[in-house]
Design a protein around this ligand. Structure first.
Ligand SMILES: [Zn+2]
Ligand SMILES: [Zn+2]
Length: 573
């Protein structure tokens, strides 16, 4: 699906330029097409190869003009119109990536201050040139500088959801080569970090040279940086670096351990080895010149007197002590998940119907799903008013009769500025699941925001607090909240805290998950899917939960339907 994400990004960029040109219809069409393609359950390139332009136009929401744009890109690797627009508006695409700068702001900065790059923008903000412009102020300068710092920190990094798809495609290709036996992805991807700087592949091979040549000539590779007898470094067409190393079988476990990291974990582990009179390297665990462990990771940890440490826990935050005392958590796995409690359909801003979502969840062998479209304040996302909500409920009741899976009627209800919810209680009472989320007024003070959220949690119909920090990776820091207080409220009220698995959100963070668990709060992993394809991001949420040391018992949607039903009802009595 990786090409889909890249194409969606290009269409989104074009939509922004049309916005500047005030071509409203084109802007809407391209923005919509971007959403459709990023949520598509099929590789768009394959679709085109099999069915040509016709297959593209057959996609709902893709017109002839956009189909031609797609065709041009799939055939030539570029879009002439986009290149022309980039020339016309240099630096705009970069500016739009800064938190808080929309097309209108970018245009003002572009025309009045002649800003052509992030460097220009930074200078202008530092020299207080921006505050005098219409629509800006002192605070905007500060926000812009913060936004640029955030961008710089994540430059060249890819979202886990994007990197994982890519890495798996490359792994599958490597597995096809006759000389390659084992393939393993190591590095931060194996630890399921939310953003990934580069990809690390380890292989064993009977003919290393052939294997390396095969790797460097994969279609995903745009440039070869180094190519040796046992290692190659390349740049991939999504702008990431990837390394391949050929490993000796005897060192497989040691290399995997070494290249998985993280650095702090490895340093601590090497020190422990030294204390015990050993030496640990990427080749094995040695006593003098004698290799005493190295073929598997388990063997190495055991030889150091430790229980096996799962990759997600290797962050040097207490895992070594727990491994020594044999008190590591039994981490939650994908198999423990019994349902998904946050998703959208065409009733609001999703691209699949309720029925399509139900079928997709049945395919996953879930026991239940909750459909949670937006509430009226989310006008841009087609939030449902009272009448629509009741119609939707009727539809779901009918569908429930048709399918053998528990269909929960829910809503993602906005938490208004004062902490009240976007539907009155008598409507909320008709819902099975309420995900309460903050979507507006992010800039409140910490005290205000904490009070706002805690007020919302006191409403007895709320089941889950949605995307609790509000962060968007590479784009937006979360809002300012006192999580000790929020967790306290959640625990008292019996509300679950969401682990939102949208690749760009991955909200809340691993360290907050750990804190929530320590405070005895229930968590819930959801996909917030806007298409059937996005239901697959559950695995990203599971990875994040594991990084937060979560066990099955900490996660609400590992409960069977019967026990979940009890949990929800208990709150409402
Ligand atoms: Zn939301
Ligand atoms: Zn949502």
């Amino acid at each position: 699906m990786s090409k889909n994400a890249a194409i969606a990004e290009l269409l989104e960029e074009m939509a922004n330029y049309y916005d500047l040109d005030e071509e409203i219809w084109k802007q809407r069409a391209y923005a919509k097409a971007a959403r459709i393609i990023s949520g598509l359950g099929q590789d768009i390139e394959e679709l085109y190869e099999q069915g040509g332009t016709k297959a593209l136009i057959a996609l709902q929401g893709i017109g002839k003009g956009i189909a031609e744009t797609l065709q041009e890109y799939l055939n030539t690797g570029k879009i002439k119109e986009l290149l022309a627009m980039r020339k016309k508006y240099p630096g705009i695409a970069d500016m739009l990536r800064v938190q808080g700068i929309g097309p209108k702001h970018a245009k003002v900065l572009h025309t009045t201050l002649k800003i052509r790059s992030l460097e220009d923008l930074k200078k202008a903000a530092k020299n207080h040139k921006i505050r005098a412009l219409q629509g800006f102020g002192e605070k905007s300068e500060q926000d812009i500088l913060e936004g640029i710092t955030l961008l710089e920190q994540t430059k060249g990094r890819q979202l886990l959801g994007v990197a994982l798809g890519y890495a798996r495609e490359i792994k599958a290709s490597l597995q096809q080569h006759p000389s390659i036996q084992k393939v393993q992805i190591s590095g931060s991807l194996r630890r399921r970090k939310e953003t990934i700087g580069d990809l690390d592949f380890l292989i064993t091979s009977t003919h290393p040279k052939e294997a390396i040549t095969y790797f460097t000539s994969l279609p995903e590779v745009t440039r070869v940086i180094t190519k040796g007898n046992s290692k190659a470094s390349v740049i991939l067409n999504i702008g990431m670096n990837a390394d391949l190393r050929v490993i000796d079988k005897k060192s497989w476990g040691a290399a995997l351990q070494y290249f998985t990291g993280n650095k702090d974990h490895n340093v601590a582990l090497r020190q422990l080895a030294i204390k015990k009179g050993y030496k640990l390297s990427e080749y094995g665990l040695f006593k003098g010149t004698l290799r005493i462990a190295g073929t598997s990771e388990k063997e190495i940890y055991a030889a150091l007197g430790l229980a096996y440490i799962e990759p997600e826990l290797r962050t040097h935050t207490g895992e070594l002590e727990h491994a020594k005392n044999n008190t590591l958590p039994t981490l939650i796995t994908q198999n423990d998940i019994k349902g998904d409690l946050h998703m959208h359909t065409t009733w609001s801003d999703g691209i699949a119907s309720s029925e399509e979502m139900i079928r997709a969840c049945m395919k996953k062998r879930y026991q239940y799903l909750a459909i949670t479209d937006h509430s009226p304040s989310q006008r841009l996302a087609n939030g449902l008013d009272k009448k629509q909500l009741l119609e939707h409920l009727k539809e779901l009741r009918t569908l429930q009769k048709k399918y053998n899976i528990q269909v929960l009627f829910g809503s993602e209800v906005d938490i208004l500025a004062d902490g009240q919810l976007d539907y009155p209680d008598e409507l909320l009472a008709q819902l099975d699941v309420v995900v309460a989320s903050v979507h507006t007024r992010f800039k409140m003070s910490k005290t205000e925001m904490t009070k706002r959220i805690c007020t919302a949690l006191q409403n007895k119909y709320v089941t889950i607090l949605g995307h609790p920090t509000g962060r968007l990776l590479k784009e937006r820091k979360g809002y300012d909240v006192d999580f000790d207080k929020v967790f306290d409220c959640a625990k008292k009220q019996g509300v679950a805290i969401e682990i939102n698995a949208q690749p760009q959100r991955m909200d809340i963070t691993d360290s907050l998950i750990r804190r929530a668990i320590a405070q005895g709060v229930m968590l819930c992993i959801t996909t917030d899917a806007h298409s059937t394809e996005q239901l697959n991001t559950m695995e990203l949420g599971v990875g994040l939960a594991r990084r937060g040391w979560a066990e099955k018992k900490n996660i609400l949607n590992t409960k069977t339907w019967k026990s979940l039903e009890k949990y929800i009802k208990r709150r409402r009595q």
